[in-house]
Ligand binder design. Sequence first.
Ligand code: NAD
Ligand code: IPM
Ligand code: MN
Length: 358
Amino acid sequence: SKRYNITILPGDGIGPEIMKVAQSALTEAGKKRDVEFAYTEALVGGSAIDAYGTPLPDETLEVCKASDAVLLAAIGGYKWDNLPSAQRPEQGLLGLRAGLGVFANLRPANVLPQLADASTLKKEVVTGTDIMVVRELTGGIYFGKPKGFGVNEAGERTGFNTMIYSEPEVDRIAKVAFEIARKRQGRLCSVEKANVLEVSQLWKERVIEVHKDYSDVELSHMYVDNAAMQLIRRPTQFDTIVTGNIFGDILSDAASMLTGSIGMLPSAAIGLDGPGLYEPVHGSAPDIAGQDKANPLAQVLSAAMMMRYQFGEEEIAAALEKAVNDVLDDGYRTGDIMQEGMKLVGCQKMGELLLAKL
Ligand code: NAD
Ligand code: IPM
Ligand code: MN
């Protein structure tokens, strides 16, 4: 039998609740196919601040690097919101992404037929949506220097960050995106703000250059403001989107509402080699933490992405995705995707229903 070493990072807020569901679903799906998982749990984010005084303890990063893949829930919460930025839970997450070198974040937004009515947009607008957002994850304004607080010439306080990309950074994310687009419908839309930003002009230039190796893929360009509008207007026009760190963050949250809820959206963060980081797009949802209300499906689907992208275990990935489909077919819904006539269940119950399907 095969055996994979997985680091489990439950994090904060709803993290531990949804992780429990995903971990037991993954174990079960593996067992049926003679695949075993050895789990090592570690702390990151607020829980690590409380235990070690830092959001990313060295030993957490070491454990992650030594494993085959990392499954993360979410970090952050009210308790740590007033700490200086270098000490916040979010820095733990950014440090983890940088430390693992996972520069490509795949954020699919598929509208499942069962949930087409759960979107706040009209059913006929969202039906058929199948978008892959490829978000650059270890560069751009999140990591650019200089950054900090200062004082301007008028003696007023300032805060500043730097949005910067190097040519190699753009080239490698563009390659990943072209490869993915090639396996999908063969259409890539590069999203930037090249009408205003130099960093975007460089981005666009490099994407056009890299395209020369992928002439079978149809490339288009769109300004980020228009892209936000087009996503809501006619989401089915998009196949694969490639964009920088902050634009990808914002557009993937917007895309989540096409699918009914951010509680449905998984992601995979991968580098050139080594363990990837698999995490839902949503955060720690402190407003519903500890109430058994969270939707665990994004976490389960993130585990499915791990099986597919890290290990090529397509059967396990498909089994997890089918279980999600089946419980939705049976009419079970957590609060975030609840609709009239459906059966409202909590996080834990959703987990039990999934296990029964697996
Ligand atoms: P959020 O995604 O945590 O929550 C936004 C809204 O969506 C909330 O109303 C929440 O209840 C709901 N929601 C999110 N996930 C859900 C789920 N699985 N089931 C049901 N409802 C769900 O975003 P926020 O409120 O802006 O941020 C909360 C904290 O999470 C902050 O500290 C933020 O920095 C952090 N955060 C972490 C990550 C991450 O770890 N990857 C991502 C985003 C935000
Ligand atoms: C996400 C989150 C993170 C990001 C935060 C918590 C650092 O919003 O994973 O989408 O901005 O990347
Ligand atoms: Mn985000």
